[in-house]
Design a protein. Structure first.
Length: 715
């Protein structure tokens, strides 16, 4: 797979490549291969929910190419990406799929110097490499046992030319040392891999102290988002950029960054005080002025990753998490977002998220710990003398930079193997404790004030999201219970008819809907089928759905025709002043005369499959939706009800999808109904709902009711 990604990037001249795989049973996309970008920049997207509004997830769900031609289009369609990577680049996302399985997806980035659209050759190259990747993944899946998925993304380094001649390498080093300006090289992680003597002197630090370090982590006067942001911009866009650091009384320094697929070359040029950086020398971004100060003497250094101040990456990741949490619906959404994004993006090795439930702390999610260890914390009372409970009583976060600090405060606290620093963060929403968050780190960590402020802000965002999610789950549970009571648990078998039904609730993150169906024995020789959809996704919609279903049942058993049933139900909604519209379709089966009568109140038309296998969309006169006007009449359509015929009633969730014409979708559904070789209605119902069974594909509820007049028994 690494070779496939390398070849794909080479043949399309892409600057960045990422490969995601779908995790079976997890509904998650996991980043497994990464090239041309650091793990830190990619951290917010290491694990992605399969239904997330992210290009690769959309490409996989819809099995199509997603192409974004620049920053404006990215920000418009995918604002989360625009928040974390506010730089100009082009992006393509394509699914890795074969005839039967979607395995994952590929994301490629190009500089904006690329043409505004992919050409035919690039389309063919993408298709060929993705088909090759699918074959490799199929071969791996067929192994016994299949190979495990990697737990961390594997970095694929770009192809390099053969090793340079030692004499040429020495000459290049001599050239760099003779230059009157400073120069250094950064890898794609932003770490210094080479620095000449002039550069080390200009930044007042020894080369040995700088090698392998990120400049903004090592030089205090560069500890500002300006430098890191310019590095990120250069690494992502592959465009040269620059900025100036003003250091009084020392000379100001102009930094020019020149990126490529292997890293970034940096020129460091001294500038006289008061002068502005030159312009016009860099082909794209102009100078970005920066105002700061530092003593001329050698600046102290900080070890990499220990006590490092909060940088641009952390701020962008906090913004990304805030945007993601704003879209989270239930508690499970919040738990997955927190667990899957904080661990890779903010550096902890372990995370435990707890919520308050009847005076106790309940573990609702964790990462980096065994279940056995986490079970020790589950159910602790809020009065327990433990850090995660005490921070809720005080409302103040507690940080333990070393194990000794934790042991002094809590001598009996259990310690997970290899953890040496902890942050205990209270989750407070509207002045009420809603839970706590525990982060643990493998190495001692000073937790400087900027990092403590960031983690405290993080806890506030999580608390608000968790509080909203708990309320959402409570309302959704109430609505679901209400709907389950109102929908028929089973359809009573009726002589002369075979029936099958399916109800699929809306996809992940959606509320309850108002879809309903029923089958009513109206008279000894007639049966009425009804299907409908109440506007809205909440308890009000579910309650109104129950009233409509009850009204239809009452009017049907009173012997009203399909059109009269709709008219009388419409008058009921007007009396209730429900302020909601309802679509509804009534089908009456006359078992004695073998006739079918239909009436519609703005509902999708039914499908009819005849005994010869032909299927069509029935053009039932479309009446007004129920609840729009008071005095409305509904026409009744009549046709023969032949042996072997199947009538399919459904709600719009079965045929509606973004970008898909509903007329085309209904015709496709009729075609599937006609060509199906299912031996019975239950199998047929499964076939017709197969394409919407994955909740990630649905934005609405789906109801399907199949009614068949059995064919005559063979003599």
């Amino acid at each position: 797979m690494a070779a496939v990604l390398t070849g794909l990037m080479r043949d399309t001249e892409a600057s960045v490549g990422l490969v995601y795989l779908l995790i079976p049973g997890d509904r998650m996309l996991r980043l497994v291969l990464l090239s041309g970008m650091s793990r830190e920049i990619a951290a917010p997207w290491v694990r992605i929910p399969a239904d997330a509004p992210i290009p690769v997830a959309d490409a996989i769900r819809e099995r199509r190419l997603v192409w974004l031609s620049g920053l404006q289009e990215i920000a418009h369609h995918y604002p989360r990406i625009g928040i974390v990577l506010p730089y100009d680049f082009m992006l393509a996302a394509v699914p890795i799929t074969d005839d039967t399985t979607v395995w994952g997806g590929v994301v490629l980035l190009w500089p904006v110097s690329h043409a505004p659209e992919l050409d035919a050759r690039e389309h063919e190259t993408l298709d060929a490499h993705c088909r090759l990747a699918a074959r490799l993944l199929r071969r791996a899946a067929d192994q016994d046992p299949p190979p495990p998925h990697p737990t961390e993304p594997f970095v694929v380094h770009p192809e390099r030319p053969s090793d340079a001649d030692p004499a040429l390498a020495a000459a290049a080093l001599d050239l760099a040392e003779r230059l009157p300006v400073g120069c250094c090289a950064l890898d794609l992680d932003g770490r210094i891999t080479f620095i000449n003597t002039a550069a080390a002197q200009l930044v007042n630090a020894g080369a040995a102290a700088l090698l392998g370090k990120r400049p903004w982590e090592t030089l205090l006067w560069l500890n500002d988002p300006a430098f890191e942001d310019r590095y990120r911009a250069a690494a992502v866009t592959r465009r040269p950029t620059s900025f100036t650091v003003v250091r009084r009384p020392a000379p100001s320094l102009l930094f020019e960054l020149y990126p490529d697929a292997t890293g970034i070359s940096v020129l460091i040029i001294p500038k006289a005080d008061g002068t502005l950086p030159h312009d016009g020398t860099l082909p794209h971004d102009g100078p970005v002025p920066y105002r700061g100060s530092a003593p001329a003497a050698s600046a102290p250094t900080l070890p990499s990753r220990l006590g490092e101040p909060v940088g641009t990456a952390a701020v962008y990741q906090l913004m990304h998490l805030a945007a993601s949490l704003a879209e989270a619906a239930g508690v499970r959404d919040v738990v997955d977002l927190v667990a899957d994004q904080i661990v890779p993006a903010f550096g902890p090795e372990g995370l435990i998220l707890m919520s308050v439930d009847e005076g106790r702390l309940r573990v609702i999610g964790h990462r980096g710990y065994s279940d056995e260890f986490v079970d020790r914390f589950d159910g602790k009372p809020l009065t327990a003398p433990v850090a995660d409970a005490q921070v809720l009583s005080t409302g103040v976060p507690v940080f333990f930079p070393t194990y000794e600090d934790l042991r002094r405060a809590h001598p009996h606290a259990p310690r997970y193997e290899g953890r040496n620093a902890w942050a205990f963060l209270p989750l407070i929403a509207s002045g009420r404790p809603v839970g706590s968050l525990v982060l643990s780190y493998a190495r001692p960590r000073p937790f400087p004030s900027a990092e403590r402020a960031l983690l405290t802000s993080l806890a506030g965002l999580i608390a608000q999201a968790l509080d909203r999610a708990r309320l959402y789950d409570a309302n959704r549970s109430l609505a679901r219970s209400l709907q389950n009571v109102l929908l028929p648990h089973s359809l009573t078998p009726l002589p002369g008819l075979d029936v099958a039904a399916r109800y699929l609730p809306a996809g992940h993150g959606m509320d309850i809907g108002g879809d309903f169906y029923d089958l009513v024995r109206a008279t000894p020789t007639s049966v009425v089928a009804v299907i409908g959809d109440v506007q809205g996704h909440n308890t009000t919609a579910a309650a109104l759905m129950g009233q409509v279903r009850t009204a239809v049942h009452a009017h049907a058993t009173a012997g009203a025709s399909p059109g009269d049933i709709l008219a009388r139900t419409n008058r009921l909604l007007d009396d209730l002043d429900a302020d909601r519209f309802t679509s509804c379709l009534i089908a009456e089966f006359d078992l004695a005369q073998h006739r079918l009568r239909l009436a519609s109140a703005g509902h999708p038309p039914p499908l009819l499959r005849r005994a010869d296998g032909s299927a069509e969309v029935l053009e039932v006169p479309p009446g007004l939706l129920l609840g729009i006007a008071t005095d409305v009449t509904y026409d009744t359509m009549e046709l023969p009800w032949e042996p072997g015929s199947v009538l399919a009633l459904y709600t719009d969730g079965l045929v509606e999808a973004p970008g898909l014409d509903i007329g085309t979708a209904m015709a496709d559904l009729a075609e599937r109904l006609g060509v199906s070789g299912a031996p019975d209605l239950e199998r047929l119902a499964d076939e017709l709902t197969l394409h919407v069974r994955d909740a990630a594909h649905r934005t609405d509820d789906v109801a399907l009711l199949l009614v068949q007049r059995p064919p005559p028994s063979p003599r």
